[in-house]
Design a protein around this ligand. Structure first.
Ligand code: GTP
Ligand code: SPV
Ligand code: MN
Length: 590
């Protein structure tokens, strides 16, 4: 007997609200055709073949990198553009001094003119997606409309695209509207606009990363942080990792480090041989949605389904998991090529670049072969350390929150906050050297509170207030720590080996959480004494270890003064608790 084939309702008829919106965008942008994305493997293959035919994608060496492709972006479109990113709230104060602001009516009008007729001759892709496991009450949905097939491919890997998302939207009746066009890729006609009050994003003129994959920073951080405040949770720029000790105890920690400061690497670290018995499970590498649970703990999901990771520096020594992961089914952006069509980047121990990231013959005098912000896009399922709990609709319970920055001096390797409230000050005070993840100067120290400076969708003062409120609701709040893997010796080399050896620091944190490890008090918080860190098998002198764990009172008095100046820019909206904690730190410094 023949089995009946179920009659599928066309995607375009599942949700009237989505269909109406698509129709209004179609009328405005005038595309040659409309394609509703199902998120299937066949569709991924079809779009890939189309881009290869059109010369936009290069198929890589099939023997060494099966099913891998290279995409080269426009050379003036290689990173997030913070100066062109706006939060458009009715009240300017709601966006805060941490954001560029534009009046929503003015912004809408400006974008309308840019979008008018911009998709003529192009295909309009409708991408319904879910951020988070499809069955999780903590997940949220959106629809991105884009005229870039490359963006569509990335979204299919990074989010859960297709019918189940649209069915959920039809049930929820609510979704984030993300409208994107590459326009003419003209940096002078480029804007990334957010309308948190309307759950809407409008992005024009860039096809790269966080500017264009609207589920990622635009939705899952800027819009979600706004939603999270009104709903009582937190949307954060954090990795989530599970650590199983040799005794079989598993803890999950969430770490907020600024862009290109080590989240992906920490999320999939490989324990050093001298620390046998530890196991590491990646839940997420960039974004965490954290919800207070009925048990008084904080529970986290990773809203993403893939990784958009920094390529340079990835090698078998620093990150064998990532190196293995990106050898198949990976979309590379802006890396170099070897003579036999393999991808190449700085930090690879083998091979040599012949063609640079712009497709030119490689010439060392013209800069690095791979762009410093070149990226891989790959499904999380290819990660050898992918946690089965990443798909758990309840999420995972968080034992510790870790803030961090990239600083050659001042911040020690690790310290523990004295309380949640002190921890919020520690997070609010994070400073870090800028990186290639955003357009602009690299290596300049700036304040990057909770690693959210580019991503918080509202006034930081209100955000810190919200952190204090969430903490007050937790009877079993995570402990809060601060780390710095990037302290340098006077000659400039990194003092700490980093990567897999970071587990030694995490192990101390977990022992602190279970009350097993010692610590010494300092003015800024609790630090491990040299004997509290497991340094077995580590090639690190006593003098270096002492330098890593030192707190220089003179440097810190200056740091506290800087932090006060920064916090004061938030005026009367700043929670007084933070200044109280800062004054206590100052008293302890003497
Ligand atoms: P985004 O994707 O931009 O959010 O970056 P990320 O925070 O995930 O950073 P990632 O793990 O990709 O690391 C960025 C760069 O820092 C890479 O070049 C890494 O090789 C380097 N890096 C990561 N961890 C360490 C570490 O522990 N020590 C040192 N010295 N470098 C590190
Ligand atoms: C970051 O810059 O923090 C990233 C890359 O993770 S992007 O997707 O471009 O935001
Ligand atoms: Mn990031």
């Amino acid at each position: 007997m023949a089995t009946a084939v179920p009659l599928l309702i066309p995607l375009s008829q599942l949700s009237r609200a989505v269909t109406d919106w698509v129709e209004s965008v179609r009328a405005l942008t005038q595309p040659a055709g409309v394609r509703w994305c199902e998120g299937t493997e066949e569709e991924y293959g079809e779009l890939t073949s189309k881009l290869i035919r059109e010369g936009e994608l290069v198929k890589l060496n099939a023997e060494h990198f099966p099913d891998c492709h290279l995409y080269r972006s426009s050379p003036s479109d290689v990173a997030r553009v913070e100066h062109l990113t706006y939060i458009c709230t009715n009240s300017r104060e709601d966006a805060g001094p941490n954001n560029n602001w534009m009046d929503p009516k003015q912004a809408r009008a400006k974008m309308r003119e840019l979008f008018r007729g911009c998709m003529r001759g192009r295909t309009l892709y409708v991408i319904p997606y879910c951020m988070g496991p499809i069955a999780s009450p903590l997940s949220r949905c959106g629809v991105e409309i884009t005229d870039s097939a490359y963006v569509a491919l990335n979204m299919m890997v990074m989010t859960r695209v297709g019918r189940p998302a649209l069915e959920r939207i039809a049930r929820d009746g609510k979704f984030v509207r993300g409208l994107h066009s590459i326009g003419e890729l003209d940096p002078n006609r480029r804007f990334i606009m957010h309308f948190p009050e309307e759950l809407a994003i409008e992005s024009f003129g860039s096809g790269y990363g966080g500017n264009a994959l609207l589920g990622k920073k635009c939705h899952a951080l800027r819009i979600a942080s706004w939603q999270a405040r009104s709903e009582g949770w937190l949307a954060e720029h954090m990795l989530i990792v599970g650590l199983e000790s040799p005794e079989g105890e598993t803890h999950y920690i969430a770490c907020a480090f600024p862009s290109a400061c080590g989240k992906t690497n920490l999320a999939m670290l490989i324990p050093p041989a001298s620390l046998p018995g530890w196991k590491v499970f990646t839940v997420g590498d960039d974004i965490a949605w954290l919800h207070p649970g009925s048990d008084g703990r904080l529970w986290a999901i990773n809203p993403e389904a893939g990784y958009f990771g920094v390529v340079p520096g990835t090698n078998p020594e620093t990150n064998r998991n990532a190196y293995q992961m990106i050898r198949r089914e990976t979309l590379f952006t802006n890396v170099a090529l070897t003579a036999d069509n393999q991808p190449w980047w700085e930090g690879l121990p083998t091979g040599a670049p012949v063609v640079d990231w712009q497709g030119r013959p490689y010439d060392a005098s013209k800069g690095p072969a791979a762009h410093p912000n070149s990226r891989f896009t790959v499904t999380a399922r290819r990660n050898p350390s992918y946690s089965p709990r990443a798909e758990d609709p309840r999420g995972v319970p968080i034992s510790a929150i870790v803030f961090g920055g990239r600083r050659r001096e001042v911040a020690p390797l690790v310290y523990e906050a004295l309380s949640w409230r002190h921890g919020v000050l520690v997070g609010a005070s994070v400073a870090s050297e800028t990186t290639a993840a955003a357009v602009g100067q690299v290596g300049v120290v700036r304040r990057d509170p909770m690693a959210m400076q580019p991503f918080c969708g509202y006034n930081f003062a209100d955000y810190w207030r919200h952190w204090l409120t969430v903490g007050a609701r937790l009877s079993r709040a995570p402990k809060i720590f601060h780390v710095n893997w990037f302290r340098r010796a006077p000659r400039g080399r990194f003092l700490w080996p980093g990567f897999g050896d970071n587990l030694r620091v995490l192990a101390w944190m977990l022992d602190r959480c279970s009350g097993r490890a010692g610590a010494a008090e300092s003015a800024i918080g609790l630090l491990p004494r040299p004997e509290d860190l497991n340094t077995q098998g580590l090639d690190l002198g006593q003098q270096e270890l002492r330098a890593l764990l030192s707190v220089d009172p003179a440097l810190w008095r200056k740091e506290v003064a800087d932090i006060r100046t920064y916090l004061k820019t938030y005026g009367s909206r700043l929670p007084p608790e933070l200044l109280g904690e800062l004054e206590a730190t100052e008293r302890r410094l003497g």
